[in-house]
Design a protein around this ligand. Structure first.
Ligand SMILES: CN1c2c(nc(N)[nH]c2=O)NC[C@@H]1CNc1ccc(C(=O)N[C@@H](CCC(=O)N[C@@H](CCC(=O)N[C@@H](CCC(=O)O)C(=O)O)C(=O)O)C(=O)O)cc1
Ligand SMILES: N[C@@H](CCS)C(=O)O
Ligand SMILES: [Zn+2]
Length: 774
């Protein structure tokens, strides 16, 4: 390519934008399509309108219309599934087939879903084996580029890069033991090459390839293997003739040694996460020389959090980056997928708090400001930098940010506050208090959140229903759920969590130090969204949060009713958390609030309390060097939350949505009396990990996957339970689904739980007869 014809990388850009829609238009459209209320033409038309509105909005906020600065990052469900479809690893001829991979249908189970790096976004895990045939099958990425072009935009197509796609895939059922999907790199590269050619032919000047796998040390492939793959991939793609310029983005952590690898390839631009990572200082001369020819895209605006932040410091990082290359651009550290659209949608928040925040649209504007600084010099943006600094100073010193009583209580903690009575003593006291059968059956907490429940909550918020009316409806629901569980024959009951909009937001709404949003939706997976709360100040509990619901539920049954709390790590993981003090301190503040709640639950006669920590694995740092310290404080905060519980109170915890092998020791260190854990999709693999680590507390490996409407048969449940019973001593084994039932309907829930109880009874008889594992 002639150097004169190379289009420059835009000075300011973002790695991606929320795609669910400012008012969750995409959620409503795809769910309407799934229900059969709209047809595919209507779905496509609504999606097109959403993409059009997004481009217009981004241009309005300061990104260029025709300079490739607007990323084309739409997806109907998930970007990993999209990339797998594009290269033919998953063959989905139409949207029905596409959604079937995500949600399952009569003929197939859904693809596995797991956490996207250390975020609360979940991607679908493609299955790739030696038999997978790669060919360019999906053309949506080209079509969306052309659609934008027809609207007068020159956008930048975005796709998950080949290394990350393969590194995140799992071996197909046909693959031999030890097979690594990344071994198919050479076969998938021609497809990416062909795609690049098509995009160039369509007029694309830059393409963004997302390669977050390159920053992770937590994937099955080692960092060395991933780097070698990147060298091969971008060596090969760099040589494609007549292609767009390549922008390889590496969000979520520091690129480290992989920066030198990318520098040694033909890619034209490299995206660095400068929120999580630093500008490398110890580079070899050859890398320094190579980087001088690249555009370095500094991800200095945090895509993962909602603070307005220190804009002057961000600009200083860009200036430092200029020492490595004369071509520097500004970007977000990650896609803005993880943050809500616009602070203007939250007029109910205090103006002072609002002035500290930047949601996606404010971050785009920040990018535009810093780009102006890069182009015209710091003086041109001095005012904006000073305003951001003033807001930051205000945040750090505002009332409520540091509350002396909270700090004194934390400072007074002793090691005994993190310890319960010895486990053997607890077992004896709990056995006497609870008299449970062998292999007790239970559920994880939530029962289906029906349309009626959500309507009642919406009516309460709109003032169409008063608090007493709302409470009466929730009590009625709890009555129904308790009666149902009695009828099903479950042993440990739950109240069903109908009163909770979300397992984190519900608590945030009642704790001091948090604010919650009304429209701050963030995609968690597919059409499912959450409104992460904003943890801005010192946390304390003005009043009990769950006690009256649990007391009421317990009054309806003689069986033990589990109190249900969300643990400190998960409350942090699924909120936007203050960044002015160590997470460990914030976690302990939340833990103390939960500790008081547990004491109140005990006083109300609750004998089992579950403290959910599904996000324990999610927050694990991607870099190994940081993992031990994280596990120390996260485990400590759980122990602080539960450490005040009486020996006779049975403390449960629940974990889901991740690979747990790497945190097995931490799970043991939580010292929960019973741990329920996702296991069905991996056919109880986690049970092996646990028994290898000599886990001797109670364990409830989930026996069926609640992510699918499919009702598991008694036979398969019995088989899975038998597998578990062969590895876990009878006194330890509990029987439960993988996770809460809030996203399921009642028909499948009742049928599934009936089968679970039947399977537990069948296996109990075998265990009693001593035949399991024989
Ligand atoms: C368990 N998981 C969770 C994660 N993160 C959380 N913060 N919470 C979780 O439970 N991460 C890991 C997993 C998987 N992730 C999710 C995420 C989201 C859902 C889910 O079911 N989300 C619901 C929204 C839940 C909610 O906030 N409900 C509110 C508002 C409901 C609503 O939309 N109301 C309508 C009006 C209703 C009517 O009139 O009919 C409206 O506002 O327009 C509530 O119940 O009050 C979702 O639908 O996306 C599950 C797992
Ligand atoms: N108690 C919660 C845990 C979800 S991870 C529920 O049942 O929905
Ligand atoms: Zn769960």
């Amino acid at each position: 390519m002639e150097s004169v014809s190379i289009p420059a990388f835009p000075t300011g850009t973002i790695l991606g934008y929320p795609r669910i829609g400012r008012r969750r238009e995409l959620k409503r459209a795809v769910e309407a399509f799934w229900r059969g209320d709209i047809d595919v033409t209507e779905l496509e038309s609504r999606a097109r309108e959403l993409r059009r509105a997004t481009r217009e909005r981004l241009a309005e906020l300061g990104l260029g219309r025709t300079d490739s600065s607007i990323p084309e990052s739409f997806s109907f469900y998930d970007q990993v599934l999209d990339a797998a479809v594009t290269v033919g690893a998953v063959s989905a001829a139409d949207l029905d087939a596409y959604f079937a991979f995500a949600r399952g249908d009569a003929s197939r189970a859904p693809l596995e879903m797991t956490k996207w790096f250390d975020s609360n976004y979940h991607y679908l895990v493609p299955e790739i084996g030696p038999e997978t045939e790669f060919r360019l099958t999906g053309d949506r990425i080209v079509a969306e580029f052309l659609e934008a072009k027809a609207d007068g935009f020159l956008t930048r197509p975005v796709i998950v890069g080949p290394v990350t796609l393969l590194a995140l895939a799992k071996p197909s059922a046909e693959a031999p033991d030890g097979f690594a999907p990344l071994s198919r790199l050479e076969d998938v590269l021609p497809v990416y090459a062909e795609l690049l050619g098509r995009l160039r032919a369509a007029g694309a000047e830059w393409v963004q390839l997302d390669e977050p796998a390159l920053v992770s040390e937590s994937l099955p492939d080692t960092a060395d293997t991933l780097r070698a793959a990147a060298a091969a991939a971008y060596g090969r793609l760099g040589r494609v003739e007549d292609r767009p310029q390549l922008f390889v983005a590496a969000p979520y952590a520091e690129l480290g040694a992989a920066l030198a690898t990318l520098a040694g390839t033909e890619v034209e631009a490299i995206g660095l996460d400068l929120v999580r990572g630093n500008i490398p200082a110890d580079l070899f001369d050859c890398t320094r020389d190579a980087l001088k020819t690249k555009t370095l895209v500094g991800g200095v605006i945090d895509g993962h959090n909602i603070w307005r932040g220190d804009l002057a410091a961000a600009f200083a990082k860009l200036e430092l980056l200029r020492e490595l290359s004369p071509r520097v651009a500004v970007s977000t550290s990650t896609s803005l997928l993880h943050v809500p659209h616009d602070t203007a949608d939250e007029p109910q928040l205090e103006a002072r708090l609002l002035s500290w925040l930047a949601f996606a649209d404010q971050k785009v504007a920040q990018v535009a400001t810093l780009a102006a600084g890069l182009e015209r010099g710091a003086a041109a943006i001095r005012g904006a930098l000073a305003e951001a600094s003033a807001a930051l100073a205000d945040r750090l010193s505002a009332p409520g940010v540091r509350v002396p009583a909270v700090r004194e209580r934390l400072a007074g903690l002793a090691s005994a506050d993190f310890e319960r009575a010895p486990y053997r003593q607890r077992v004896a006291e709990q056995d006497a208090a609870l008299s449970l059968p062998a292999l007790p059956t239970t559920t994880i907490g939530s029962f289906p959140q029906t349309a009626e429940i959500r309507r009642a909550r919406a009516a309460l918020a709109a003032g169409r229903l008063d608090a007493a009316g709302y409470e009466a409806e929730m009590r009625e629901e709890i009555r129904r759920v308790v009666a149902l569980q009695e009828e099903l024959g479950l042993d440990v009951l739950v109240h069903g969590e109908p009163e909770r909009n979300d397992m984190v937001q519900y608590f945030a709404e009642q704790l001091d130090g948090f604010a919650v949003t009304v429209n701050g939706w963030v995609q968690s997976y597919g059409s499912r969204c959450t409104r992460p709360s904003i943890l801005w100040g010192d946390v304390s509990r003005p009043a009990p949060m769950t006690v009256e619901w649990s007391r009421f539920a317990q009054s309806l049954t003689a069986k033990p009713m589990k109190g249900m709390l969300t643990g400190p790590v998960t409350i942090l993981a699924w909120s936007f958390v203050r960044d002015d003090q160590p997470l460990a301190d914030t976690a302990n503040q939340v833990a103390l609030a939960l500790r008081d709640e547990i004491a109140d639950l005990e006083d109300a006669g609750i004998r089992i309390v579950q403290v959910d920590e599904p996000a324990l694995r999610e927050l694990l740092p991607l870099k190994r060097a940081a993992q031990a310290a994280y596990l120390d404080w996260s485990v400590a905060s759980f122990r602080l939350a539960t450490g005040g519980a009486d020996a006779a109170t049975q403390v449960h915890t629940h974990l889901c949505y991740s690979e747990f092998g790497v945190v097995i020791d931490a799970i043991r260190a939580l010292d929960a009396d019973v741990t329920s854990i996702e296991a069905a999709r991996s056919r109880m693999e986690v049970v092996d990990d646990l028994s290898r680590s000599r886990f001797d507390h109670g364990i409830g490996p989930g026996v069926y996957d609640i992510h699918s409407p499919r009702v598991p048969g008694v036979g398969e449940l019995t088989e899975l339970l038998t597998l578990a019973a062969a590895r876990i001593p009878e006194r330890q084994l509990w029987v439960n689904p993988d996770c809460g039932l809030k996203t399921r309907g009642y028909d499948e829930t009742v049928a599934s739980l009936r089968h679970v109880v039947a399977a537990a009874r069948a296996v109990r008889e075998h265990v009693g007869a001593g035949t399991v594992g024989a």
